[in-house]
Design a protein around this ligand. Sequence first.
Ligand SMILES: *Cc1c(COP(=O)(O)O)cnc(C)c1O
Length: 367
Amino acid sequence: MKVPVCDLKAGYAPIRDEVLKAIGECLEGMQLFLGPNVQAFETEWADYCRVSQCVGLASGTDALVLLLKACGVGRGDEVITSPFTFFATVEAIGHVGATPVFVDIDPQTYCLNPSLLEAAVTARTRAVIPVHLYGHPAEMDPINAIARRHGLRVFEDAAQAHGAEYEGRRIGSLADAAAFSFYFTKNLGTYGEAGAVTTDDEGIAQALRELRNHGETSKYVHDRIGYNNRLDEIQAAILRIRLPLLDEYNSRRREIAARYNEALSDTSLILPSEASWAKHVYHLYVVRSTRRNALAEHLTEREIGFSLHYRCPCHLQPAVTELTGKPPSLPVAESAAEQVLGLPMYPQLTDEQQDYVIEAVRAFEQA
Ligand SMILES: *Cc1c(COP(=O)(O)O)cnc(C)c1O
């Protein structure tokens, strides 16, 4: 048996006809940008996230960059974030000319540790970007409280947590605004590039609508230097087909996680945890092992896919130390980077496939 870490073809098969029909309709209509599908998806995604505004963008990275731009974050400013995230979070901060400042993570949630946040705030800090990593929400209330005390913006990086909840509230509605990615491997993904920002702040939403479309405020009038960062109609049409499946697929991910948890509970692995205030949506199912590299080799021999998110934390990346100088010591993130491994996780994973993975991991433990 062969088990991939994520099986995109298995997700496509049940919606194939609908997707091809929707793409066909976009092409017949030849209304390819800022048309009916983008408009409808923005309403549907805002409703899903329980906010008033959604702006569709070309990617999750663009969502982060444009949010910082829209809120005037730029040269000379500092933005606090987690070192243990996909590089795009930090890249966005660099793109607007600001400096990333890293706060170590909580060892249970792998998200920014709120108890270390306040010490990192300086006179130059303008914003905080907590990341809801692997599908588990960051602890937002204490982060928002500290930010409020210091007059900082808070932007959620929600790229890995579509549908997750914090204290019963939806991810995407918990701060000034949230950036989503719909990259094809995410819990809600398209078959190309797409992203969005959700917010209750009409000013931010308006700024983003201008920025994504060359700063245009009315036909041929450009009030600011913008970008070409629009969500396109074909991607929006595909997202509208996949959105109604999101809750069912997240439930299935939670079932798979529960099954892994039970089958691996007596091993030496540290299993993912779900805080009492959290609803985890298991974008990834990530275990920790002090023998991670040997486990990876063992899985490779059995043709089982895995992921190493993230093998090098952002504060140690060459492109980042160029901006920050000597990197800080962030022991929790650094140790996680050496020990984490994501096991196969996708809604169509069968019990037989999962049993094969579980057997392989248990055999490694006994070896
Ligand atoms: C995927 C991802 C992004 C970037 O999204 P793209 O759509 O690929 O640009 C940003 N942050 C995190 C945490 C991500 O996982």
